[in-house]
Design a protein around this ligand. Sequence first.
Ligand code: SF4
Length: 344
Amino acid sequence: MTNERPSGHEQQKPLLEITNLKKYFPIEKGLLRRVVGYVRAVDDVSLSVYRGKTMGLVGESGSGKTTLAHCVLRAYDLTEGEIIFRPGDQEYRLNELEAKELRQVRPHMQMIFQDPYSSLDPRKTVYDIVSEPLRLNGATRDAALDQRVRDLLEAVGLDYRHMKRYPHAFSGGQRQRVGIARALALNPALIVCDEPVSALDVSVQAQILNLLSDLQAQLNLTYLFIAHNLRVIQHICDDVAVMYVGKLMERARTDDLFRNPRHPYTEALLSAIPIPDPDRPLPEQGLEGELPDPANPPPGCYFHPRCRYAQAICQVEAPPWLETEPQHFSRCHFARELPLQGSI
Ligand code: SF4
């Protein structure tokens, strides 16, 4: 699968360019740990993320989105493929970098974690947590560091006078703001947001999403945003990539994907979004059955055992990656003709 061509505002080169990325985990058996198969956690994914934009990754648990993000951060070595990262004027082939070079690149890419309770060290003050990336990169404890921590806390809406407090003194939303301040400390170009609001109360989720949007506008940040909640994706993402058993099933502009899905899996995900209106009938389409084993996916289209539109060809022939409309891609034999329902 080749990467998509740019259009419109995307005449620039992507900040992040992933090409034919594969991450297979070996399955070992016996005393000799013989390799008897592979879990295809990420299977031939190509994706471009542009500066100042948010790319959403969506799919059920086990679809490979977090593994893909960890490959981007080089927490995992790739099985195959290429990742080009262009912070500032530099260009790095992340898949080729050794540990020493990776250490130089890492400040440009940071992560916001899902659980603000477990991701902050309870023995450290907020000051220690937010200043840690700066200290690890050579900053010393002085007035300039204090000022930087104050600025970061103010940027995320926290009172800097509380910086000597420990995480337990804060609510979940406030803790996530601390995690965001820490992620911003080194002025990263790319932030991987791994389900950053799914552990928060619904009332707080919108505040954190709005904060992330405001920070993006102020600092020209780029987000790779993992979520299983499509309403969250709709709120914050410019583009969406739908993953299933390690493969991309669909990729499109967010509005386009919600209005006009071109893959039955996306339609099923959209139909499962709860709509807070007791007068609206329950959706007809749902997502039945289980995600297949990525070590032993079904032949043909991986989605065929769960697809209400499956035909004979789907059981034997893998569908191609089709561009159904400009900048809208789908991996379905019938992507252009199925009467799929969107969601507004
Ligand atoms: Fe469904 Fe066939 Fe399309 Fe797969 S290729 S999503 S089984 S219609």
